[in-house]
Design a protein around this ligand. Sequence first.
Ligand code: SAM
Length: 328
Amino acid sequence: MPLDRFRREIDFLRISLVDYCNLRCVYCMPLNARRPLSGPSLLTPGEIELVARAAIGVGFRKIRLTGGEPTLRHDLLEIVERLAAIPGLRDLALTTNGILLSRLASSLVRAGLRRVNIHVDTLNPQRLAQIMRLGTFGEIWEGIMAAEAAGLTPIKLNAVVTRGFNDEDVAELATLTRERPWHVRFIELMPLGVGEPAALSRAKFVPSAETESRIVAALGPLVPLPVSDPSDESRNSRLIGGQGTIGFISPVSRPYCGTCNRMRLTADGKFHLCLLNDDELDVRQALAVGGIPAVAEILLRAVGAKPTGHRLHVNETIERREMFQLGG
Ligand code: SAM
């Protein structure tokens, strides 16, 4: 498993398949976002497979497909099939807004996908519409049901907590874990880029401690769960008698950079070294001229150059990309 300069084991590759989305969540993608990458700029399924083979060859074990919205790739099933067939890959998952999942869930399972994380910020349809600006709660709920029926489990639901939009709805979301074996995770807003989503993320930030207090006040104590995976960014707990778990992901108030195990691949073929930093290394040219060995070499360089952590505490963030271009 590759170690970086700080002796962190980097074994998790997050692959962004597209840089656009069918939603426009207020903290993620501007309404007037620039045109997405056109077809030829996106890595092809064959190129993605080669990068994944190089990564697994040097010791990576986990892959997550993200976006933008990865289900918008017409060749998503081919990509999943190619990756699922690589020996040595232990975990293949997808992060999605769930809108298209009711149509895709069973085919994704047949292609070899194991798990999904689905983004839903509130169970209140009107408030969700204000956050997402496009898409409906009904579509997402159908997607969650389809994912569960297809066996894409355990289901993880991600809610980004945004003041004035959904901060009062967190207890209702957490209640889902009483009856269902789902993991509901509450994420702190991060400011990425220099546009409106970053400004809103700063202005509407809610610390996890406040979200947790609100849940405890409404539903009773949370029982902390032991840490089973040190690189899990979520601090997990359970309601007494609950079937599922409640997690808090706190990149701003409790950064977890010290246990970061991630490398990111952008949709246009760059290794992106840290979510909140601009540093990138180009993979595309290496792929064209040197194949898997050349990609492996660049990947190890990228691991070696990973920054210690983000610098949000001194108000520094990434400038060249926004969240919808990186995928979390
Ligand atoms: N479209 C997919 C989805 O909705 O999950 C994958 C990409 S999306 C960028 C991945 C996750 O990042 C989602 O859970 C989303 O809510 C979260 N996210 C987006 N903008 C964020 C921000 N500014 N701070 C924290 N999380 C954010």
